[in-house]
Design a protein around this ligand. Structure first.
Ligand code: DQA
Length: 153
């Protein structure tokens, strides 16, 4: 089975974008260590980044089909700023229930500007990882496995 790592707008700039906030690790590095971690825990990792809301929504619909076909365990998504704006992303995740989606933010959004405190994605998420830097992606992957595989054992 696979785990899908989705990244939204501006996360292609990781490593050079506001490093005080997001660190110096690039998206390519993040995707590489997610894939390596996947090997360790026994899951193939697929990665997709887009700056376009619709492309992310299309990918979530596709993930819903992969989940139904038994090919996908779940999704880790960092929706970037769409977190705070996108009811369409919320609806896309609700629309492919019960596909498990873990929301992940590199920074602690609750310690930042008030406009980052609300998430449209959170009510549709199976879990949320916030403020662990880029390690959050790995924590979210482990959380997905612990909640949806190990808990059933
Ligand atoms: C982010 C937090 C968002 O508020 C911001 O718009 C991002 C990145 C994070 O990973 O901390 O693009 O999702």
């Amino acid at each position: 089975k696979k785990i899908l790592i989705l990244n939204g707008p501006n996360l292609n700039l990781l490593g050079t974008r506001e490093p005080a906030q997001y660190g110096y690790t690039t998206l390519a590095d993040v995707e590489a260590f997610c894939k390596a971690h996947g090997q360790t825990i026994g899951y193939e990792v697929e990665c997709f980044q887009s700056n376009w809301e619709g492309a992310l929504i299309d990918r979530i619909h596709e993930a819903g089909r992969q989940y139904k076909a038994g090919e996908l365990l779940g999704v880790v998504i960092n929706p970037g700023a769409l977190t705070h704006t996108s009811i369409a992303l919320h609806d896309a995740i609700k629309g492919v229930e019960p596909l498990p989606v873990i929301e992940c933010h590199i920074s602690n959004v609750h310690a930042r500007e008030a406009f980052r405190h609300h998430s449209w994605v959170s009510p549709a998420a199976a879990g949320i990882v916030v403020g662990f830097g880029v390690d959050g992606y790995l924590i979210a992957m482990d959380g997905l496995v612990r909640k949806f595989v190990n808990s059933a054992a």
